[in-house]
Design a protein around this ligand. Structure first.
Ligand code: ADP
Ligand code: MG
Length: 506
């Protein structure tokens, strides 16, 4: 019987998709879905998540409801499904882009049982008439793609995603499969809890991308370094991510002026130019695409040889996703990030005025990013650890910290000095103020507080102000001091910091 089942699945895989074998966990996942259990899939981008619900949908009774965040992604999938089948009714999407008669056609196909996959964005799923319609339909299972959108701790939070469970209850329950390419343990828990699938079978693939080289460089002469880098990698494809649309345009211009075939991509451009630029990049009429993070979701260019972050991303999830677009064919993939603490302060500024809960989350995500950027530990180990995976090797052999270890110094005494100074000065000051006091900089502000007479004034004058900035950041990373973002980044010492003063360690 088992033998038959095995060959049956493989036969169907070949028949419907033209593949002769399953990738990674696909087969185990598909069996779990077919057996009617809830399923949670963590698989890196390009791992083949779609097949995990597409194949069972074709084999099971009823129609599978697929929830996906982007209309473009849905359309691609529906088109692909139709090329596998003679019946164009096999897959449909329902969203606001369809006119009345198109909607009627879709509903008709579904009611006649021709449709096996019906795609929705969460906004349209929650529409009353769609709910009423779906109540009349036999649902085989619900698939929630890009499920990290459910969690506020994910890199792409979508409040509408949190309404999926109540809507499913209204339509009629059926097994669930949730899929994502990035989830920290916290995000995974959030997803399962929110979808009411805490008992789901979990299939987690490794997130390690052995062919990616991770490197962080200090952001000094970044434009020149990028131009030099691209020229050294002439003819190869690369993506450069910038934080702002303005920077995207400036940098593109600069690259073009330097004879580089570069194009821009951001959400502020008109749709036509944007699509044309994307096409030119995919078809290799351009080598480099300079983009905001609006670029990349659902884009499958296998031979991107480098991803450069002009600005540091605001979370490690984002970093992992964006760097993950390099080397998808398993070949060389260089992930180069330019880091300056100033950029972190810029990102903090964007958070001001947002709801406090959102700020708290944003602050912690940023702190993880800072500690990754400033760490001298193996990048791969740090990154995988963040996603709840232990990387066993001491030296990965494929990141800057493993290949070029940074010299370490013991800053125990400095750290203690900074903490004591902060405690004595009180919690009304920012990091650069504290550092200025320690080096003994005679600013008007310091004088106005009378701190030029404090015992800490100039106590750290044997180092420069950048050194003290780094020490204070280490204290933040180690959780010894807190930073209040709403109040312009004022620092205060916490109990862990007090403990360190009492019992310092190297
Ligand atoms: P994900 O959603 O995990 O990023 P996709 O579902 O988009 O990944 O699949 C990525 C690529 O892998 C697609 O081009 C798909 O056709 C291909 N693929 C999926 N499953 C298989 C398989 N069993 N054998 C060969 N290629 C596959
Ligand atoms: Mg996908």
């Amino acid at each position: 019987m088992k033998q038959n089942e095995d060959s049956l699945l493989r036969e169907k895989l070949k028949e419907y998709f033209g593949f002769s074998s399953f990738k990674g966990n696909q087969e185990a996942v598909i069996r779990n879905v077919l057996s009617g259990k809830d399923t949670f899939v963590l698989m890196p981008t390009g791992g083949g998540k779609s097949l995990c619900y597409q194949l069972p949908a074709l084999l099971m009774d009823g129609v599978a409801i697929v929830i996906s965040p982007l209309i473009a992604l849905m359309k691609n999938q529906v088109d692909a499904m139709r090329t596998y089948s003679n019946d164009a009714g096999i897959a449909h999407f329902l969203n606001s882009s369809l006119n009345k008669s198109a909607v009627a056609q879709v509903r008709n196909d579904v009611l006649e049982g021709r449709t096996k996959l019906l795609y929705f964005a969460p906004e349209s799923l929650t529409k009353e008439d769609n709910v009423a319609f779906l109540r009349k339909v036999k649902v085989s299972f619900y698939a929630i793609d890009e499920a990290h959108c459910i969690s506020e701790w994910g890199h792409d939070f979508r409040p509408e995603y949190r309404r999926i469970r109540p809507i499913i209850n209204e339509i009629g329950t059926a097994p669930l499969i949730a899929l994502t390419a990035t989830a920290t343990p916290k995000v995974q828990m959030d997803i399962q809890k929110n979808l009411g699938m805490s008992d789901a079978s979990v299939f987690k693939s490794s997130f390690n991308r052995p062919n990616l080289y991770y490197e962080i460089r200090p952001k000094h002469d970044v434009d020149r370094e990028i131009i030099r880098y691209i020229k050294q990698h002439e003819g190869k494809s690369g993506i450069i991510y910038c934080l702002s649309r303005k920077k995207v345009e400036e940098l593109t211009e600069l690259l073009v002026a330097n004879g580089i075939r570069a194009l821009a991509y951001h959400a502020g451009m008109d749709a036509q130019t944007r699509a044309a630029n994307q096409d030119d990049f995919l078809m290799e009429r351009a080598d480099v695409i300079v983009a905001t993070i609006a670029f990349g979701m659902g884009i499958d260019k296998p031979d991107v040889r480098y991803v450069i972050h002009y600005d540091i991303p605001k979370s490690l999830e984002g970093y992992y996703q964006e760097t993950g677009r390099a080397g998808r064919d398993g070949g060389e993939g260089h992930c180069l990030t330019f880091y300056s603490y100033k950029d972190i302060q810029k990102l903090e500024k964007f958070m001001q005025g947002k709801p406090v809960a959102e700020q708290e989350i944003g602050k912690l995500l940023l702190l993880e990013t800072v500690s990754y950027a400033e760490s001298s530990m193996c990048r791969r180990k740090t990154l995988l650890h963040y996603f709840g995976e232990e990387y066993p090797e001491e030296n990965c052999g494929c990141c800057d910290n493993c290949l070029h270890p940074k010299p370490k110094i013991d800053a125990q005494a400095s750290l203690r000095m900074a903490l004591e100074a902060l405690r004595d000065l009180g919690d009304k000051f920012k990091a650069d103020y504290l550092a200025s006091v320690l080096v003994g900089k005679n600013t008007a502000l310091i004088k106005s507080y009378g701190h030029n007479k404090s015992e800490w004034f100039g106590a750290g004058a044997d180092h420069d102000i950048r050194y003290w900035g780094a020490v204070i950041r280490q204290a933040l990373i180690m959780g010894l001091i807190d930073k209040n973002i709403e109040n312009y980044g004022l620092l205060s010492i916490n109990t862990k910091g007090e403990e360190f003063i009492a019992a310092p360690r190297p």
